[in-house]
Design a protein around this ligand. Structure first.
Ligand code: UTP
Length: 291
């Protein structure tokens, strides 16, 4: 199990790539088959042995907290109405969140992913913590944050999750220049957010999962906002590198299911639906019939 006790999960972004839906429903609550994206993220945190989740919410965005609250009245109703199957589904969910503390901070304005993380500073004084964005899911036997926490145990420095991407896709991501030091493990040399195609440093890009050390909060506090007024986490890490700090990158095992735009979310939906024994055969047969 992991030495990391808390995970920050920012979900306060505008989600403009999902307009008009995201006007009324945060993208983290979109379903992947029959669970919202945020449940996959929370399950990954919990399976990594982390018992406290700190959501960074936008003002008025409390539905996510409601979702993770136990509902004894609903349970009683299901028992009364003899809805055994539904009761089991609900109980499975309840036991998944058993013993987990859910707390939150508010990001008043969406001033960037780094600014979102900074809002949680008061909840993690002096601790190293996990960070998982609310729209990135990793499907793997060993949960993603546990993979990172195990690396952190040996290096005691920030660890960024990495994945390899085809060259033509790298410009859409935060890319890294690296020095390989072991299987899947790298020293990060430089971070370039959305590099021009001619300036791609490697095929490794940053996934929205990290182990952060407490010094990041001082950097976030002093960070200069970008031209758009945002504090960008990748830029803050790059500043730390320029100051001679060590940052490691670990190429995650498992499948990266992105949910940040419509096409990625749909692909992730298909991934889980077509691998789900409850639906796979019927769906595959159905897809063949669509002209
Ligand atoms: P994204 O880069 O996907 O941005 O954020 P976004 O604003 O959510 O979506 P688009 O680009 O407008 O479509 C990555 C993660 O950081 C959170 C998001 O909620 C998401 O989980 N985030 C981003 C914040 O919490 N606050 C911010 O100010 C920005």
């Amino acid at each position: 199990m992991s030495d990391i006790k808390k995970a920050i999960v920012p979900v306060a972004g505008l989600g403009t790539r999902f307009l008009p839906m995201s006007r009324v429903l945060s993208k983290d609550l979109f379903p992947l088959v029959d669970k919202p994206v945020i449940q996959y993220v929370a399950e990954e945190v919990i399976k990594s042995g982390i018992k406290e989740i700190i959501f960074v919410l936008s003002p008025g965005q409390k539905t996510i907290l409601e979702y993770f609250k136990k509902a004894p009245d609903l349970e009683k109703l299901l028992i009364k109405r003899k809805k055994e199957k539904q009761l089991k589904d609900y109980k499975d969910f309840e036991s998944m969140i058993e013993g987990v503390k859910f707390s939150y901070v508010i990001q008043k304005e969406p001033l960037g992913d780094g600014h979102a993380v900074l809002q949680a500073a008061g909840k993690v004084k002096g601790e190293s913590v996990a960070l998982s964005f609310g729209d990135d899911v990793i499907d793997s036997a060993e949960p993603a944050l546990l993979q990172l926490a195990n690396i952190f145990k040996t290096c005691s420095a920030p660890v960024l999750a990495l994945k390899s991407m085809p060259t033509e896709k790298v410009p859409a991501y935060g890319a890294v220049a690296v020095e390989k030091i072991a299987n899947r493990l790298y020293k990060i040399k430089k971070i370039i957010e959305k590099p021009e195609p001619s300036k791609i440093p490697s095929n490794l890009v940053i996934v929205g999962k990290y182990i952060l050390t407490p010094d990041i909060f001082g950097y976030l506090k002093n960070a200069k906002p970008s031209k758009k007024g945002e504090i960008i986490l990748a830029e803050v890490f790059d500043k730390m590198l320029n100051d001679g700090k060590m940052i490691y990158g670990y190429e995650l095992k498992g499948e990266w299911l992105e949910c940040g735009d419509k096409e990625k979310w749909l692909k992730s939906f298909f991934y889980f639906a077509l691998r789900d024994p409850r639906f796979a055969k019927e769906l595959k047969d159905y897809i063949k019939t669509i002209k």
